[in-house]
Ligand binder design. Structure first.
Ligand code: ASP
Length: 341
């Protein structure tokens, strides 16, 4: 029997942290300690290897890490059946979203996990998360991976990476995927929800993209926002796109200053993607008078995309050498399972 082979890539986060007795703060520690705290790793009927990066709190993660992850997966793609990425929870949804675009046509599991409590603590959730993530990354049926996509495994659920957001800083179930059903439920057994997993036969081989364009911003509208700051944003050199978090179903003030802001952005060829501040539901332009302006100016609806996926998608698309029209076309389309069709 051929054992499945899983590569663990350790980037840092709480899962691998330890309390500094002097300051009381959590600090990253060496990956070898992780193995010490999870002796179960040697009991798997899966072959496990690990690569440890210099551990970082995920608040310090930048797109550079995404590219390093892509290169590491590329170098090991033929050798392993699946990948587990240990990552801090704070920006995990951004990284998982980014990898869903950068690993185009991925046909093997790339499972992110982490924990709310360090793996060395008594009630840690890290051990269970790690063990389950490895099991999912190595799970196969008829020699084919059961989850051939980028996903986040946390507590008792497996989510599509680019549908997920961290919504809780306290409870063990830190993540949710409000607009897309879970890929698997984790109980006594792991129940794969095969209807939600992307099994579409990829006619093209996997592509490992290694470019990101960071010339975008995320702007959340709020009552009382000042036009002087909006003007300053539009005057920022090199700005290519704005992920605009609007109210409810994509609504914004109907006042002239806001319309001027949108028109000026258009004139400057700055693309705007309208995403909702709400956790669940979708942008639905034209439903209210307060979203009419977006339709009139042909501004793209992000539909039910998460903010995290919107940011990663924009950074990815602007790095592809596309024209503005092409970027805007792809922003309006589902390209990696990030938007409901
Ligand atoms: N600050 C930590 C991080 O994101 C939190 C965690 O891992 O849960 O790296």
């Amino acid at each position: 029997m051929n054992l499945a082979k899983v590569l663990i890539i350790y980037t840092g986060g709480t899962i691998g942290m330890i309390k500094n007795v002097k300051t009381g703060a959590l600090e990253a520690f060496d990956f070898e300690n992780l193995k010490k705290y999870v002796p179960e790793l040697s009991r798997f009927d899966i072959t496990i290897e690990a690569i440890a990066f210099e551990p970082v709190d995920s608040a310090n993660i930048s797109p550079k890490l995404w590219i390093t992850l892509v290169s590491t997966i590329e170098q090991n793609y033929q050798k392993f059946d699946g990948f587990v990425i240990l990552h801090g929870t704070d920006t995990m949804a951004y990284s998982a979203s980014a990898l869903s675009f950068l690993l185009e046509n991925i046909q093997k599991p790339v499972i992110f996990t982490g924990s709310q409590l360090p793996i060395g603590t008594l009630r840690t959730d890290g051990k269970e998360n790690l063990i389950t993530a490895i099991e999912i990354a190595g799970a196969q049926e008829n020699n084919k991976p059961l989850v051939p996509e980028v996903a986040i495994c946390f507590q008792n659920r497996l989510f599509r990476g680019n549908r997920t957001r961290k919504y809780n800083a306290e409870y063990f179930d830190a993540f949710e995927s409000p607009n897309y059903s879970e890929l698997a439920e984790i109980g006594i057994s792991i129940k794969y929800n095969k209807k939600t997993i992307n099994y579409s036969p990829h006619t093209k081989p996997v592509r490992f993209h290694k470019k990101i364009n960071e010339n975008i911003i995320l702007l959340k509208i709020f009552p009382g926002m000042s036009t002087k700051f909006l003007k300053a944003i539009l005057n920022t050199e090199g700005l290519k796109g704005i992920v605009l978090e609007t109210y409810g179903a994509g609504n914004a003030p109907t006042e002239e200053w806001f319309a001027d802001f949108l028109k000026n952005a258009k004139d400057k060829k700055i693309s705007i993607l309208n995403v909702s501040q709400c956790n669940a539901g979708s942008v639905n332009l034209g439903l209210y008078e307060t979203s009419r302006i977006f339709l009139d100016l042909n501004i793209i609806s992000g539909k039910d995309i998460t903010t995290e996926a919107a940011v990663a998608k924009m950074m990815f698309l602007f790095a592809q050498g596309f024209s503005n029209e092409q970027v805007e076309y792809y922003l309006s389309q589902n390209i990696a399972g990030e938007i409901s069709i």
